[in-house]
Write a protein that binds this ligand. Structure first.
Ligand SMILES: NC(=O)c1ccc[n+]([C@@H]2O[C@H](COP(=O)([O-])OP(=O)(O)OC[C@H]3O[C@@H](n4cnc5c(N)ncnc54)[C@H](OP(=O)(O)O)[C@@H]3O)[C@@H](O)[C@H]2O)c1
Length: 250
């Protein structure tokens, strides 16, 4: 029996420098992601809400809870990049922890509006250009707690779990147009967000992580960069953990 003819490789423009937009790229994990892309020679713009963009990177102001701000930020970014965004990294996120019985509507809504609806607003704007180009990469920064759950983080975990449904639905809707959508689920990463945790809580978390340490922002950045690269062209709707084994089995 003869083997079936191999499927021809689609033309893959992602080997070229890509036009990348990273939301919340002025600090923490987003900044590490933006720097990783820039180091590889890609054209990068970060979004920031206040102050100046980080040194060496171009920035546009964006409030992800506001559709008009998202639209304006993309338009400005596309002018800076000289072409539509080809890689969207939806990274902007917040926490407002509290026990379920005491959680206010405002704290629940603020977290879902930023983390989940913010990613939706950015993805909706990004796919306009991606559909025309018949190519695009969307990478949503979730968290291990999206699938693991976390006491005191019902709002945050719900918003991060929602990103999985978002990425998988984008994949089903637009996979045939050369667009991939994936979720990266970091465990505990050393940033301002985790530095705010009490020492006791940090010790408790460390004891649960098989790797015995927190991740560096650069370790998350490398996985995001891989998902945007030519070697990840056939990965879509996936949830990639970067958590030292913390979320295994989920
Ligand atoms: N750190 C961790 O251990 C960890 C673990 C798993 C997942 N994550 C996720 O990774 C992402 C980055 O986390 P991080 O630790 O780097 O956080 P961070 O240092 O607190 O940075 C958060 C970023 O999001 C931006 N942002 C927040 N709300 C926004 C809004 N409404 N509009 C636009 N930008 C907004 C912030 O902008 P400003 O500077 O203007 O506030 C900042 O750039 C988040 O989605 C987080 O949930 C983090």
């Amino acid at each position: 029996m003869t083997a079936p003819a191999p499927t021809p490789e689609p033309a893959d423009s992602s080997a070229q420098p890509q036009a990348v937009l990273v939301t919340g790229g002025n600090r923490g994990i987003g900044l590490a992601i933006a720097r990783a892309f820039a180091e590889d020679g890609h054209d990068v713009v970060v979004t920031h809400r206040s102050g100046e963009p980080p040194e060496g990177l171009r920035g546009v102001r964006c409030e992800v809870t506001d559709s008009e701000s998202v639209d304006a930020a993309f338009t400005e970014a596309e002018q800076l990049l000289g072409r539509p965004v080809q890689v969207l990294v939806a990274n902007a996120g917040i926490t407002r922890d509290g026990l379920l019985m005491r959680m206010s509507d405002e704290d629940f809504e603020a977290v879902v509006d930023t983390n989940l609806a913010g990613a939706f607003r950015c993805a909706r704007r990004a796919v306009k250009g991606m559909i025309r180009a018949r190519a695009g990469r969307i990478i949503l920064v979730s968290s291990v707690v999206g699938l693991l759950g976390s006491a005191g983080q019902t709002n945050y975990a719900a918003s991060k779990a929602g990103l999985v449904g978002l990425a998988r639905s984008i994949t089903r809707e637009l996979g045939g147009r050369g667009i991939t959508a994936n979720v990266v689920a970091p465990g505990f990463v050393r940033t301002e967000m985790t530095d705010e945790l009490s020492e006791d809580l940090q010790k408790t978390y460390l004891s649960q992580i098989p790797a015995g340490r927190f991740a560096t922002p650069e370790e998350v950045a490398r996985v995001v960069r891989f998902l945007a690269g030519p070697e990840a062209a056939y990965i879509s709707g996936a949830v990639i953990p970067v958590d030292g084994g913390l979320g295994m089995g989920h």
